[in-house]
Design a protein around this ligand. Structure first.
Ligand code: PMP
Length: 429
């Protein structure tokens, strides 16, 4: 397999782009080597600049849940393009997408569209503060909620990959109202409430994808919600990754919990820049123009992005691929576990619906500390062997793999063959 064109583009890209990427998770820092440049994609496959074809388990870090360029999504985008791209005024498509999104989340009477997950969360936090009149927020170590200042502490995703505790350039004042708790540990939340009486909200990735996939223990979210209610604090559920992915109604439907504020992104834009935050009426009425919490966006509710989102969610609802996801992820998990056993490699797999993650370590992974104890060097060898055998994975031990409904039985077989070769390579380290 040759990567000559990607290599050339990488060198060219270094001149005017930082690290030749526009998001650090796309750099191959922790797996070594240079990032691949992508030329095109269709269905379950992605093709790089050198015409190497891969089964895509990155899926743009989640959005492409129907696979790439689904016929109906493509048609909807083309139709929308004929009318215009952006007006700075409302369109019917925003109402249509809002109806679909609110119908999926019982706790959401109103929604506001923004242009990224980061914006959704930073607005959601502002809203929690506006509604409660309190300043402090609690986040969980290893959860990632976008790159806003206040939440760039003990964060997962690219920071975990690069082993960064936080980000340079974030002033102390920006994080002074951020408290950290441990995932799956309610006591670590209660501890903060004992010390502070001005906590507005707790924000959580209900099923984490950004320290790798980590599942909440039984009833953790339900108990957290009950406790927060007793304290007059809000629960912000960051479903940027899990929304419409774990289930149509997101992780909340699956876990039987209702957020006070829900943040969305990724799937709802079908590959275009869309984020959203929503809540019941009394909370959303804080937002301008109804209330005094200001939040705005020139391209918010962009008609092309709305069209892609509507087509994606409509098709998703029709396909209802959630059982298929369970089945496919289960099969891949079995391949991973069995080959690891065969080649005597320590491995644990966490999975949930269409998200899964092998951790190269012995023993379970229930929080950030345990995730961080995984062997990233083994993952790097595994990653490159998977690439060479035609499977595109996120280039990090700490990022979830994603499945699309376009994945075929043939693809699964190819993944299995690649896993066998990759695990063998790991065993020889
Ligand atoms: N929240 C979660 C749970 C995410 O996974 C991400 C992105 N991976 C974000 C927020 C930020 O979204 P964006 O990258 O669209 O700003």
């Amino acid at each position: 397999m040759k990567f000559e064109k990607s290599q050339k583009l990488y060198e060219k890209g270094l001149v005017h782009l930082v690290g030749a990427v526009n998001s650090p998770v796309r750099a191959f820092t922790s797996v070594g080597g240079n990032p691949l440049f992508i030329k095109k994609a269709k269905g379950s496959k992605i093709i790089d600049a050198d015409d190497n074809e891969y089964i895509d388990l990155v899926l743009s870090y989640g959005p492409m849940i129907l696979g790439h360029r689904h016929r109906k999504v493509q048609k909807a985008i083309k139709k929308a393009l004929k009318n215009g791209y952006s007006y700075g005024a409302s369109t019917e498509s925003e109402i249509d997408l809002a109806e679909i999104v609110c119908s999926a989340f019982p706790g959401m009477d109103k929604v506001r569209f923004v242009s990224s997950g980061t914006e959704a969360v930073l607005s959601g936090i502002r809203l929690a503060r506006a509604f409660t009149g309190k300043d402090k927020i609690i986040k969980f170590a290893g959860c990632y909620h976008g790159h806003q200042d206040a939440l760039l502490v003990a964060a997962g995703s690219g920071l975990a990959t690069l082993s960064l505790p936080g980000s340079k350039g974030v002033p102390e004042g920006a994080v002074k109202n951020t408290l950290i708790s441990e995932f799956n540990d309610l006591e670590s939340v209660k501890k903060h409430f004992k010390r502070h009486d001005d906590i507005a909200a707790v924000i959580i990735e209900p099923i984490t994808g950004n320290m790798g996939v980590v599942l909440p223990e039984d009833d953790f979210l339900k108990e957290l919600k009950k406790y927060l209610e007793s304290k007059g604090a809000l629960l912000i559920v960051d479903e940027v990754m899990t929304g419409f992915r774990s289930k149509f109604g997101g992780a909340q439907e699956l876990l039987g919990v209702e957020a006070d504020i829900t943040c969305l992104g990724k799937v709802i834009g079908g590959g275009f820049p869309v984020g959203a935050y929503g809540a019941r009426n009394e909370i959303m009425e804080q937002v301008a123009p109804l209330g005094e919490m200001y939040q705005a966006g020139t391209l918010s509710g962009n008609p092309i992005a709305m069209a892609a989102g509507i087509a994606t969610l409509t098709e998703l609802k029709k396909q209802n691929p959630y059982e298929q996801f369970e089945e496919h992820a289960g099969i891949i998990e079995i391949f991973l576990i069995e080959t690891a056993r065969k080649y005597k490699v320590n491995l644990v797999v966490n999975r949930f619906g269409s998200m899964l993650n092998p951790f190269f370590r012995k023993g379970e992974v229930t929080n950030f500390e345990e995730a961080k104890a995984s062997d990233s060097k083994k993952f790097a060898v595994f990653f490159w062997e998977m690439i060479k055998n035609g499977v595109f994975l996120p280039p990090s031990q700490f990022e979830s793999w994603f499945l699309s409904s376009a994945l075929t039985d043939k693809d699964i077989k190819k993944i299995a063959e690649a896993v066998d070769k990759a695990m063998l390579a790991v065993s020889k380290m």
